[in-house]
Every structure is written in structure tokens, then in C-alpha cells.
Design a protein around this ligand. Structure first.
Ligand SMILES: C[S@@+](CC[C@H](N)C(=O)[O-])C[C@H]1O[C@@H](n2cnc3c(N)ncnc32)[C@H](O)[C@@H]1O
Length: 286
């Protein structure tokens, strides 16, 4: 099987496919596709890598790699599964492929920014697959989480993941245009990975991105359409001392320019990624 994975990796490299939707290299991507084609568990390569693969298995694996190359479909949409904050999520084309560095912050239970024991209510704006909301519910078992999205299709996928992780009692899925369905609600933490791709950047994205929902990526001319709404409205939905955490990716510079008055804290992540800011309720309302 190892040689099959190596062969797949060479084909992916030669084809120049784009990595960045769950893996960042050809070897991992090939392993995920080969294991899926052979109906073997994720990570199974370590224990069963030396196994011989029959001609049918080889053909299925080669076909899957060919689809990845010819149609430029991100591997996660071909396997239907990815990992976020150590948890497995069902993913399909109704939702963005989870990859936010916010996972690391959730794994650390938002330390040192909040006292995890005091977090009662969390809001995830633009929940997509539900990955952030569900990971928060798992990391902070005393919390209740509202997971909001404008897309009914995304909420269908989030519902699959809520069932899968058995958090239906604590994670509430809400169809909402930003905060529109949340009047009067207040949270200790509001977290968001909203769309933040500007118009010009959108047209230059690698073809893999065209398989993701436009609604999950595009945010107007400058990429700030959603961030502006969040910064305008989050203050009235936070409890005193509450925390706002937002990923804005490479629009960080534009956000800094547009909101020079706000004392953003820009987080650093051990596993890479950036463009995530943090503000307290008091800092936003000031
Ligand atoms: C970048 S994706 C993030 C998905 C998920 N939170 C993650 O990190 O993988 C942004 C999500 O915001 C949703 N969205 C876009 N516009 C929205 C709006 N006006 N109100 C609420 N959600 C919105 C999209 O449907 C999409 O699911």
C-alpha cells in the first residue's frame, strides 16, 4: 500500500494541484485518498501500510486520485470527512472545508483569555459544518452553544455533525443572517470564521476553491462585508468581560486600516495560520 500512496503523491505533485483544504502536502493527501478508496480507516497507513493491495483496490485508488487531479476537487470532498480540533466531521460541498486556526484556541479552551469554568454561552457566527460550535461544546462541557448560519444547506450538514457528536442538547442550530435571529441574546464568547475574500482575490483563487460554497468565501468588494457587521453588532450580544474572536485571514491589513481605533490582539498559532483577532466586549463598545 505504501508504494500506491507514494505513486499517488507523485501524480499529485506532477499535476500541480493546490493543497490547503485539510492537508498541506501531496503525501498526506494521497494517503487520505488511497485509504478512502480501499475503505480503510484514516491513519490506517501506519498499521497496515505494508499490506498488499489487489488489482481492484489499485484501480479504485488510481481513479480517485485521477478525479482529484482532473476535476480539482479538494480531497476532503472526495472522502467526505475531515478532522478539526481532534474531532472527525462529515463534510460535503454544502459547507466550507474546516481549516481554521481557531481550532488551536478551542483546544486550549480559550486560555489565557477566559476562565473556562465561567463560560456558559457561546455563539458561532457562520457555523458551516458546525466544526467550531461542536468543538467548543466538547472543549467546554458546561457551555451551551448557538451555531448560526444563513445557509440552510450548511445547517443540514451541521445537523449531521451535531448528531454524530451527540451534542444536540447543548448545540442549537439557528438560521440567521449574522445576528438577525438572535435579538436579546448574550454570550460569554462569540467566535466567527466569516467569509472574508474580496472580489479581486476571489477571481484569482486556485480551482479547488470553486467547489466550495461561494457564500462561505465571498464578502463583497474588499472582503470586509461580514466583518463590518460583526464588529458593529457583536458588542450588544456579549456579556460584560465577554470575548469576540474572529478570523479575517489575509484581510488582516485591511481590518487594521479600517478600524485603527480598536485595540485588536492578533493571535499566533503553533500549527500555523493567522489573521485571527480578539477583542473584549468593553473594547468593542468603547
Ligand atoms: C468561512 S465559512 C466558515 C464555516 C465554519 N465556521 C468553519 O470554520 O469551517 C463562513 C460561513 O458563514 C456563512 N455565512 C455567510 N454569510 C452569512 C451571514 N450573512 N450570516 C450568517 N452566516 C453567514 C456561510 O454560509 C459559511 O457557512
Amino acid at each position: 500500500m505504501r508504494s500506491l500512496i507514494e505513486r499517488g503523491a507523485r501524480r499529485l505533485r506532477r499535476a500541480g494541484v493546490f493543497f490547503g483544504h485539510g492537508t498541506d502536502n501531496a503525501r498526506d493527501e494521497s494517503a487520505a485518498l488511497v485509504l478512502h478508496a480501499l475503505n480503510l480507516p484514516h491513519g490506517g497507513e501506519r498499521t497496515i501500510g505494508a499490506r498488499r493491495v489487489g488489482s481492484r483496490g489499485m484501480r479504485l485508488a488510481d481513479e480517485l486520485i485521477a478525479r482529484r487531479i482532473e476535476e480539482r476537487i479538494p480531497a476532503v470532498y472526495l472522502t467526505g470527512e475531515t478532522w478539526f480540533a481532534g474531532l472527525a466531521f462529515h463534510v460535503d460541498r454544502r459547507v466550507l472545508i474546516p481549516r481554521s486556526p481557531i481550532a488551536e484556541l478551542i483546544e486550549r479552551r480559550f486560555a489565557p483569555w477566559v476562565d473556562p469554568g465561567r463560560v456558559r454561552r457561546i455563539l458561532d457566527v457562520g457555523t458551516g459544518s458546525g466544526c467550531i460550535a461542536i468543538a467548543c461544546a466538547k472543549a467546554l462541557p458546561r457551555s451551551r452553544v448557538d451555531a448560526a448560519d444563513i445557509s440552510p444547506e450548511a445547517l443540514e450538514v451541521a445537523a449531521i455533525n451535531v448528531r454524530r457528536h451527540r451534542v444536540g442538547r447543548r448545540v442549537r442550530l439557528i438560521r440567521s443572517d449574522h445576528f438577525s435571529a438572535l435579538a436579546g441574546e448574550r454570550y460569554d464568547i462569540i467566535v466567527a470564521n466569516p467569509p472574508y475574500v474580496g472580489r479581486r482575490e476571489m477571481s484569482g483563487l486556485p480551482p479547488e476553491y470553486r467547489h466550495e460554497p461561494q457564500l462561505a468565501l465571498a464578502a463583497g468588494r474588499d472582503g470586509l462585508d461580514c466583518v463590518r457587521v460583526i464588529l458593529r453588532e457583536a458588542g450588544r450580544h456579549l456579556t460584560p468581560g465577554g470575548l469576540l474572536v474572529v478570523e479575517v485571514g489575509n484581510t488582516e491589513a485591511a481590518v487594521r486600516r479600517a478600524y485603527g481605533r480598536l485595540p485588536f490582539i492578533w493571535l499566533e498559532f503553533e500549527r500555523g495560520g493567522g489573521g485571527v483577532f480578539l477583542l473584549t466586549a468593553e473594547q468593542i463598545r468603547r
